[in-house]
Design a protein around this ligand. Sequence first.
Ligand code: NDP
Length: 268
Amino acid sequence: MAQSWRKMCVAGYVPVGVEADTVALVRAFPDEPRVVLVTGGNRGIGAAIADRFAQAGDRVVVGHRTNLPPNFSDRIVSINLDVTDPRTLDEAFAVIEAELGPVEVLVANAGITRDNLILRMSDEDFDAVSDTNFGGAFKTAKRAAKGMLKLKRGKIIFIGSVVGLLGSAGQSNYAATKSALIGLARSLARELGSRSITANVIAPGFVETDMTNALSDARKSEIASAIPLGRFAAPDEIAEVAYFLASPGANYISGAVIPVDGGLGMGH
Ligand code: NDP
């Protein structure tokens, strides 16, 4: 085990928050925790989700595309994984499976926006959002399903959005990818359910992260006034629901779209 972890570090798969000290790493993971992969887990909602699972004792791997996560607990390791790059996807799964075992919980969280009104939206902006939010989630789930089928259990959680249900002017590309995740999750729920694998979508409303920090204060106030709870969510509030969906308490929930939006999308 110590050797494996050292190999993982040497290969560039960096333990977060600790020195490359095998004793610390071995101690960090209890005997039979689940292997949890969170894509785009180095910041924002993904980082909060990774932290929530790690606090509960799971073995958490965050996929990072650019920057390493900053101040995670020593129960989380980080691996280079760009969901639009099949090479990093294959390499990441190969290392995770060899070092930790099959991914039992996948949180497909990586996402981007490239907003514009449709006539001004470039094909590149459409493709980038589609390839990341939908294509990336599809390919990651496909790869994770392989291990889950062998395990005969698993939880796939897609991070969608309230705008996938409501639509959003200036976000036709983004909203369409988030709607697509619902069709994907529901199809996987039907395909994989007989092996005790669930697939669900969380549809957050507006959450305080870098993604929404790009909005002006005036726009944030306007949005908040349309939310029954009158505020944006904290990333932890999404993480708590992801953790629940992966828990035994949610074993009979599949193909569901769970709103975590302060009431913004009610009725949709
Ligand atoms: P952030 O912009 O804070 O973080 C996005 C994360 O996705 C980063 O870790 C980023 O990595 C990663 N990412 C982007 N592209 C890729 C890629 N090709 N491969 C791997 N990772 C990638 O966003 P949030 O935390 O706010 O959003 C997380 C998810 O929640 C997204 O799917 C988003 O659509 C969804 N969401 C967010 C809402 C909000 O209000 N914030 C509301 C509803 C849904 P890097 O650091 O390398 O850029």
